[in-house]
Design a protein around this ligand. Sequence first.
Ligand code: SME
Length: 161
Amino acid sequence: MLDIAINTDQPAAEFYADLTSSAAALVDGEPDAIANMANIAALIWQYLPGLNWAGFYRVIDDELVLGPFQGKTACIRIAMGTGVCGTAAASGTVQRVADVHAFPGHIACDADSRSELVVPVLKNAKVIAVFDLDSPMPDHFRPEDAAGMAKLIGAIADSLG
Ligand code: SME
């Protein structure tokens, strides 16, 4: 296995550059999307502080279906356009939600979750999945987390579907 060590105590730009390089190295040469999603979820879970869930939902037959993740068991199916994940998938845009209780239609898989960041995974200009991060802390995700995570997912999206 790759020997990965990322300094979490550095500015966001450098941290996400290191995280993105490690993510790219992890998926390099591996064609299986599920295996790659599993390793990316584990990588982010290990290095991004303050999470209680990190993982993928895949778009299958116009619905989101639970994919590889780290954290507690979660809702299996989410309708497009519903909740934070469904909104990210339907709109193709990053959703950074400071207070999930204030988000219309938020789906509370884990009552501990207070803030959320969801990044759509686009391949050939189509949303094929979303990457969902939850935190038990309100307003946990900074704009630089949204930007950094969007770049990371964009860099490896071809290996995720
Ligand atoms: N809270 C999400 C559902 C997925 S779980 O948090 C793992 C949402 O509203 O889409």
